[in-house]
Write a protein that binds this ligand. Structure first.
Ligand SMILES: NC(=O)C1=CN([C@@H]2O[C@H](COP(=O)(O)OP(=O)(O)OC[C@H]3O[C@@H](n4cnc5c(N)ncnc54)[C@H](OP(=O)(O)O)[C@@H]3O)[C@@H](O)[C@H]2O)C=CC1
Ligand SMILES: O=C1O[C@H](COP(=O)(O)O)[C@@H](O)[C@H](O)[C@H]1O
Length: 495
């Protein structure tokens, strides 16, 4: 695990697809540029489309140049790429793939370490893993690991089936289920902020925290993923994985040690402590939305139902807001509000921890109210932490004024998804599964989400579309907090 330059072949199934192009190839290149890949590495792309090694290298080079906006001059890097055309459902071609891998390993002196990265639709996962085992691709002198993209199933039952299929060929220790939010710098920072600061941990409970708000808003629509998204929706696409993972990191108990198992086991306890939604609860605790036409960043955009490959009468939600309760000693009574959606006002992921008010306002003669203290964790596009406090308004006798203590982790705006993939790929190569999701977390997340999706699948949302593209979602999402005497804190920092 401490090998700083891991030696391995990365076999990418789905190498001609969108994920490989936009995220995986640029991440591998950045690892190489940073000296994190040894000379003993290779990448073997796999998909049905015909390619020679040469034409594949040309394609990879172009995609990296496009993604990084740099001219890729390093021909040596690109010479580590190979291609094998294969229909994933056809057993025979796996034998040839194995021959290619063995040849490549000999050429670059790679000691049989193989990462099989499945950047393909999940219906192929079972078939591919079973062929990898039956055709001997996992029987090497080194280690073999499997990286799996989301969505991991469509609900608990399908996820269980998928897991059982995969587990026929790979053990839990070999499986790396990607949740790219866990690779984001400031998501990884949540633990450090909590557990390395004496000032926060004593306050991190229901005695001092009034509520926690997590927003992940996007300006993009569904782009060319309408076919996938219309069967998924925001609940499965964002809440079941990224949003619940952030809740788990914010709410978990301090792990005994910073080991993968200790952290995962604390996270899973939180997910299991989420108050289950009965079908009757769904309307009270959750709000769904779908965007109509509107203006996003000055551009007129179409409504969701007009998007490519989307059913014109679609009942699929592109926005979710919810109130989650964690039934344990630490969090009893503290709402965790989550909100995520497409075609919203801005691209932003932020966590706001709102502390309880001071017991009384001593400054009532001069200041009608004292602002609550907030700890804001900026995940993206800006990365940092802001602590909102009150101070004396200068020149005025005992009048309070809100002030901010700001730390900027990365002041240059830039969406850090590729960086997240870069980190996670490197972690996988080094065998560190801490920032990947264990099956128990996946299962607990589906158990929480399933009753909500069942209710939504069985009741038509008569008010869809119920938010304008370019807005912060439907009114009901605001009312969810107003009922509790709270409101969403603005994302732009003007609090
Ligand atoms: N794109 C993204 O931003 C994200 C994607 N994901 C997940 O990653 C996975 C891949 O997504 P994405 O790249 O967008 O999908 P694409 O549809 O763009 O790519 C699919 C890939 O699978 C290959 N493929 C399809 N059928 C076969 C087959 N029978 N045998 C061999 N190869 C086949 C295609 O190549 P060919 O046609 O040449 O065979 C292509 O390379 C999905 O699970 C998705 O949910 C997760 C998060 C974000
Ligand atoms: O997993 C997904 O995440 C992206 C949002 O990721 P971000 O890093 O840009 O915040 C989302 O657009 C996509 O629908 C979803 O599948």
């Amino acid at each position: 695990m401490n090998d700083v330059q891991p030696k391995a072949t990365i076999v990418i199934f789905g190498a001609t697809g969108d994920l490989a192009k936009r995220k995986l190839f640029p991440s591998i290149y950045k690892l190489y540029q940073k000296g994190k890949l040894a000379e003993q590495f290779a990448v073997v792309g796999v998909a049905r489309r015909p390619h020679t090694d040469e034409s594949f290298r040309h394609y990879v080079k172009e995609t990296i140049e496009e993604a990084t906006k740099q001219e890729l001059i390093d021909e040596k890097f690109i010479s580590h790429f190979y291609y094998h055309s294969l229909d994933a459902t056809n057993t025979q071609s796996y034998e040839q793939l194995n021959e290619l891998l063995t040849r490549v390993e000999e050429q670059f002196h790679i000691p049989g370490n193989r990462i099989f990265y499945l950047a393909m639709a999940p219906e192929f996962f079972g078939t591919i893993t079973s062929h990898l085992k039956s055709e001997g691709l996992t029987a090497t002198n080194g280690w073999t690991r499997l990286v799996i993209e989301k969505p991991f199933g469509h609900d608990l039952q399908s996820a269980q089936r998928l897991n059982e299929e995969i587990r026929q060929s790979f053990s839990e220790e070999q499986i790396f289920r990607i949740d790219h939010y866990l690779g984001k710098e400031m998501v990884q920072n949540i633990e450090v902020i909590r557990f390395a600061n004496a000032i926060f941990e004593p306050l991190w409970n229901n005695r001092f925290i009034a509520n926690i708000q997590i927003t992940s808003s996007e300006t993009l629509g569904v782009e060319d993923r309408g076919r996938y998204y219309d069967h998924s929706g925001a609940l499965r696409d964002m809440v079941q994985n990224h949003m619940l993972q952030m809740v788990a990191l914010l709410a978990m108990e301090p792990p005994i040690k910073l080991t993968t198992d200790d952290i995962r086991s604390e996270k899973v306890k939180v997910l299991r402590a989420l108050r289950p939604m009965t079908h009757d609860d769904v309307e009270t605790y959750f709000v769904r939305g779908q965007y109509g036409r509107g203006i996003v960043r000055g551009q007129q955009v179409v409504g969701y139902r007009e998007e490519h490959s989307v059913d014109p009468n679609s009942n699929t939600e592109t926005f979710v807001a919810g109130k989650l309760m964690i039934d344990n000693f630490r969090w009893a009574g503290v709402p965790f509000y989550i909100r995520t959606g497409k075609r919203m006002t801005e691209k932003s992921t932020k966590i706001v921890v709102q502390f309880k008010d001071v017991p009384m306002n001593l400054y009532y003669r001069t200041s009608e109210h004292v602002h609550p203290n907030l700890l804001v964790i900026h995940i993206q596009p800006d990365e940092g932490i802001t602590l909102h406090l009150n101070a004396k308004k200068s020149g005025e006798s005992m009048k309070t004024t809100p002030i901010k203590l700001d730390y900027c982790n990365n002041c240059i705006d830039g969406i850090n998804t590729p960086e997240a993939y870069e980190k996670l790929l490197y972690d996988c190569m080094r065998g560190d599964a801490t920032n990947f999701t264990h099956w128990d977390e996946v299962a607990a997340s589906w158990s929480f989400v399933d009753p909500i999706s069942e209710v939504w699948a069985n009741t038509k949302a008569v008010d869809f579309p119920n938010y304008e593209a370019g807005s912060m979602g439907p009114k009901k999402a605001d009312e969810l907090l107003q009922k509790d005497g709270f409101h969403w804190w603005p994302l732009n920092g003007t609090m």
